[in-house]
Design a protein around this ligand. Structure first.
Ligand code: PHE
Length: 470
C-alpha cells in the first residue's frame, strides 16, 4: 500500500528544519577552528565568496530536484535526471550514514561537558585543574563514550521516528529559537571582553599576504559541509516542500542564517581567546582544543557570567548538533521509506540501529580500545581514501570531507546543470510572473561552469597534491 509521504506544515517550518540541518558543529566548531588556522580575514572573505558562488547554487539545485520529484535522494535523481543517476543519490545516502556515525560521538561530548560545567558552576572550578588532561582521559573512556553516543543516537532516532511534521519540524521550531537567543546572549557577553576588538579585526580585516592556495580549497570544502549539501539532505528536505514554495527565497534565507551563525560563533570564541594572555599560542594544537579544552576553563576565569554561560554553551552545541543529526538520519530513513517500501517507524529504527554499529566503532576509536583505535586500511587504497588514518572516527571524517562531499556536490552540479533541460530547471526556479531570467541565467551559469570547476579543483587537490580537508 502506498503510504502518505510526509510534508512540512508551512514554508517557515521547512526553513527552520533546513536551517537547523545547516547550523551544526560545522558552524560552532569547525569554522572557528579553520578560520583560526588560516589567519582569519582573507580566509573569511574567500569563504563568503565560496558560499555565495558555489554553496548557494548547489543548495538551490538540490532543493529543486527534491521539490520537482517529491522523492528523497535516490528516487529524486532517478526521476529528475535519469536511471543511472540513482547511484549519485545512493552515494548521498551512504555519506549521510557515515557522517552520522561519527558526528554523533562529538555531539555526545557536549552532553558530558554540559554536566561537567553545571558541576563547576555549582561547586566552583577546581584551582589548577587541567582541562587538557580531562579531555584526554574522557575520550579514552570507552564506557562513557558509548553511553553518551547511545544517548545522542536515541535522541536523534526519537525525533525522526515521529516523522517530518511531528518530529523534525516540531523539534527544529522549538530548538532553533533557543539556539539564537543563547548565541545572542553570548555575543553580548563576548563583545564586552577586552579582546573583542582584536577578534573582530582578526576575522574581518583581510590580509591577502597570509592566504595560501590550500586555504581557498579549504574554504570551499567547508562551504559544502556547513550548508549540508552534497549528501542528499537538501534533496530530501526539498521533497517535503509544497510545489508552490519558492526554492530561491528559501535557499537565500538558509544560507544567510547559516553564515551569520558561523560568524557570530567565531566572534564569540575569538573574543574570549584574545582576552587572555598567552591563549592565542595555546589554541590550535588540535581541532577539538578550542571547544573542549580551552573554553571550559575560560568560562570560569575570564568570561563575564561564565558560570551561567558555560553550561548554556554546551546546551547550544547539543541543540545545534541534534537538528543536524536528525537531517542525516532522515536521508537514510527516507530512502528505505520511498525506495524500499518501509513504514516510517520501522525504517527509522533500522537505520538508527545500523548507523549505531558504526557509532560504536567511532566512539571506541579514540583510545578506548586499542584494536579499534588502530584499525586501518593498509596500502595505497588506505592512503588515498582515508589519508592513511587509523580508527573509524578519523577515517570516516577524512573520507567524508575529502571525498564524499566534493564528489557528491560535483555530481549534483553536472546532473542539474548538464543533464536536466533548461526548461525543467527554469520551471522549478522561476515561480513568479516577474522577469527572473537574469537571476536564473546567473544561477545556470554558476551551476554549469563555475561550481563544477571549483569542486573539481578540490578533488584534484586531494588526489594529486595530498591536500587534506578533514
Ligand atoms: N551542516 C552541518 C554542520 O554544519 C553538517 C551536515 C553536513 C549535516 C551534511 C548534514 C549533512 O554541522
Amino acid at each position: 500500500m502506498q503510504q502518505q509521504r510526509g510534508t512540512w506544515s508551512s514554508n517557515l517550518g521547512f526553513i527552520f528544519a533546513a536551517t537547523g540541518s545547516a547550523i551544526g558543529l560545522g558552524n560552532l566548531w569547525k569554522f572557528p577552528f579553520i578560520t583560526w588556522e588560516n589567519q582569519g580575514g582573507a580566509f573569511v572573505l574567500v569563504y563568503l565568496i565560496c558560499i555565495a558562488a558555489v554553496g548557494l547554487p548547489i543548495m538551490m539545485a538540490e532543493l529543486l530536484i527534491g521539490r520537482k520529484t517529491q522523492k528523497s535522494s535516490v528516487g529524486a535523481l532517478k526521476d529528475a535526471v535519469g536511471p543511472l543517476w540513482r547511484y549519485v543519490g545512493a552515494w548521498g545516502v551512504l555519506g549521510a550514514f557515515i557522517l552520522l556515525s561519527y558526528y554523533t560521538v562529538i555531539a555526545g561530548w557536549s552532553l558530558f561537558y554540559f554536566a561537567k560545567t553545571v558541576g563547576w558552576s555549582l561547586n566552583g572550578f577546581p584551582p589548577g585543574f587541567s582541562t587538557g588532561a580531562l579531555f584526554g582521559d574522557f575520550v579514552a573512556d570507552g564506557a562513557l563514550q558509548l553511553g553518551l553516543s547511545a544517548a545522542f543516537s536515541l535522541a536523534t532516532v526519537s525525533v525522526v521516528y515521529f516523522g517530518v511534521k511531528q518530529g523534525i519540524e516540531r523539534i527544529a521550531r522549538l530548538l532553533l529559537p533557543v539556539l539564537f537567543v543563547l548565541l545572542l546572549l553570548m555575543l553580548f557577553s563576548a563583545l564586552g571582553m577586552k579582546g573583542s576588538g582584536e577578534a573582530l579585526a582578526f576575522i574581518f580585516r583581510p590580509n591577502f599576504a597570509e592566504l595560501e592556495p590550500a586555504s581557498i580549497l579549504e574554504a570551499l570544502g567547508h562551504s559544502f559541509f556547513t550548508l549540508s549539501v552534497g549528501m542528499g539532505v537538501m534533496i530530501t528536505y526539498g521533497s517535503y516542500i509544497d510545489r508552490t514554495q519558492s526554492v530561491v527565497k528559501a535557499s537565500a534565507v538558509i544560507v544567510m542564517l547559516d553564515t551569520l551563525i558561523a560568524l557570530v560563533a567565531t566572534v564569540i570564541m575569538f573574543s574570549v581567546i584574545f582576552s587572555v594572555e598567552g591563549m592565542a599560542q595555546e589554541v590550535g594544537a588540535s581541532t577539538v582544543g578550542m571547544l573542549f579544552i580551552s573554553l571550559p576553563e575560560l568560562f570560569y576565569s575570564e568570561v563575564p557570567f561564565g558560570a551561567l554561560l558555560g553550561p548554556l554553551f554546551y546546551v547550544l552545541i547539543a541543540l545545534a548538533a541534534l537538528t543536524s543529526t536528525m537531517s542525516m538520519l532522515e536521508v537514510v530513513t527516507a530512502y528505505l521509506i520511498d525506495e524500499r517500501g518501509f513504514e516510517r517507524r520501522r525504517a527509522t529504527l533500522t537505520c538508527g540501529g545500523g548507523v549505531f554499529v558504526f557509532t560504536i566503532l567511532a566512539a571506541l576509536s579514540l583510545g578506548a580500545v586499542p584494536v579499534v583505535t588502530q584499525m586501518e586500511i593498509p596500502g595505497a587504497m588506505g592512503r588515498l581514501l582515508f589519508g592513511g588514518k587509523a580508527g573509524w572516527f578519523s577515517m570516516a571524517d577524512h573520507f567524508i570531507s575529502n571525498w564524499m562531499l566534493p564528489t557528491g556536490g560535483l555530481a549534483i552540479t553536472i546532473a542539474v546543470g548538464w543533464f536536466m533541460t533548461r526548461e525543467a530547471t527554469e520551471a522549478e526556479l522561476v515561480d513568479g510572473a516577474e522577469p527572473e531570467w537574469f537571476r536564473f541565467g546567473m544561477w545556470r551559469f554558476f551551476i554549469r561552469y563555475l561550481a563544477p570547476a571549483a569542486v573539481a579543483s578540490i578533488i584534484i587537490a586531494v588526489m594529486f597534491f595530498g591536500v587534506d580537508f578533514s
